[in-house]
Design a protein around this ligand. Structure first.
Ligand code: BMA
Length: 368
């Protein structure tokens, strides 16, 4: 009997210790904090390479499990997987690029379970006129921020976004951490939340409300938030024109296609990243090239002579955590070459460089 009591109490102590350790671990680092930690720890070691919609479709294939144009060309999956939420806010089952949200949920979970990082962009339809993100005919932002006539309708849109993001869970019910990159390229005039359609103050209210609501009212606490203007700035002041505040932002980035276009100024792209990097380093943020590419890889040497030059700049290489290129939609446009495309060997050359990290490189770091 005594022996038995000893055994039971010993077992309880072990279980107790175990759960104390686990609790302590989860108290120490939440999923969000772990993701921030990973993004910080790659800095100076490798730049994570990302690709939008990588696991969903590519050139000559759609929804083939395990397929990836990056893998076909460079031998491994990207380390970062971009996804797009546009359409979710109005209850659509597929996004504006026809990707079913059920499939996206499954593939984002797959990416996470393989050790990759997911990032979500959002090109929403407006609740003011029902038009897509590129329609700037009507003022929207002013009406959807707190106090605006359409604010309630906008909150319903956010509810749908939250429900989906919170539904991406492991079998244990763990919500997977991700990067959320809303209201991007606001310094351009092409979106209804852009510089021609709202004031910086309205924009900041929109951004702040979006994050506060998702996080505090809807429990989206697994979210790392990215600020990613386009590349119209040449000074820190300009870069920060639309910045919602350090308490809202984890990743400071830039979307830059323009400076890396044919005939573009690569040094200008580097200079802008330096501004972003300096801000990140002085304020404890992560820096990234949040979007880039050349449509249809029209310059086959682009991955070496444009993106490669940027990512091999000493300061860029030593600081940014990731660089992501846009999607490969055979019907619209593609930004990563496919086997047989003249750009494939250049993309492979860049992605095979030691400091450009694909999924296996990231997994190796996470195991350390
Ligand atoms: C744009 C284009 C569009 C697409 C949108 C959202 O840059 O690729 O075709 O609908 O992104 O993914």
């Amino acid at each position: 009997m005594m022996k038995c009591i000893y055994r039971i109490s010993y077992a309880l102590i072990i279980v107790g210790l175990f759960s104390a350790c686990n609790n302590q671990k989860s108290k120490e680092l939440s999923g969000k904090e772990q993701l921030i930690d990973v993004l910080r720890s790659v800095k100076g070691k490798g730049i994570l390479f990302g690709h939008q919609d990588d696991l969903a479709y590519g050139i000559n294939w759609k929804y083939v499990d395990g397929q990836s144009d990056v893998k076909r060309v460079a031998g491994d999956y990207p380390a970062l997987f971009g996804w797009e939420l546009g359409g979710l806010e109005r209850g659509d089952a597929v996004n504006l690029d026809s990707v079913p949200f059920d499939t996206m949920r499954r593939l984002a979970l797959t990416a996470y379970q393989k050790g990759g990082i997911n990032s979500f962009s959002w090109h929403p339809y407006s609740v003011v006129n029902g038009e897509n993100s590129w329609n700037t005919d009507t003022t929207v932002v002013k009406y959807i921020i707190p106090g605006g006539d359409k604010h309630e309708a906008f909150v319903h849109q956010l509810d749908k976004i939250a429900d989906f993001l919170n539904s991406i869970k492991t079998e244990n019910g763990e919500k997977i951490p991700f990067i959320f990159r809303p209201w991007h390229e606001m310094d351009g005039g092409w979106f209804w939340w852009g510089s021609k359609s709202c004031t910086p103050d309205e924009f900041k209210q929109l951004f702040q409300f979006t994050i506060d609501y998702l996080r505090n009212e809807k429990g989206v606490d697994q979210m790392v938030v990215a600020y990613s203007p386009d590349c119209s700035f040449t000074s820190l002041n300009q870069y920060l024109t639309w910045y919602p505040g350090d308490e809202y932002i984890d990743v400071v980035g830039v979307d830059n296609y323009y400076d890396l276009r044919v005939g573009g100024d690569v040094q200008a792209a580097i200079n802008k990243l330096h501004i972003v990097i300096d801000y990140a380093n002085q304020n404890g943020k992560i820096s990234a090239l949040t979007e880039s590419g050349i449509e249809n890889v029209a310059d086959s040497t682009w991955y070496v002579q444009k993106l490669g030059v940027v990512l091999n700049d000493d300061k860029v290489a030593a600081n940014i955590s990731y660089a992501m290129v846009w999607r490969n939609d055979p019907d619209v446009h593609f930004f990563f070459p496919y086997p047989g495309h003249p750009g494939a060997k250049y993309a492979k050359e860049l992605l095979n460089q030691d400091h450009i990290w694909l999924l296996n490189d990231l997994v190796a770091l996470e195991k350390k």
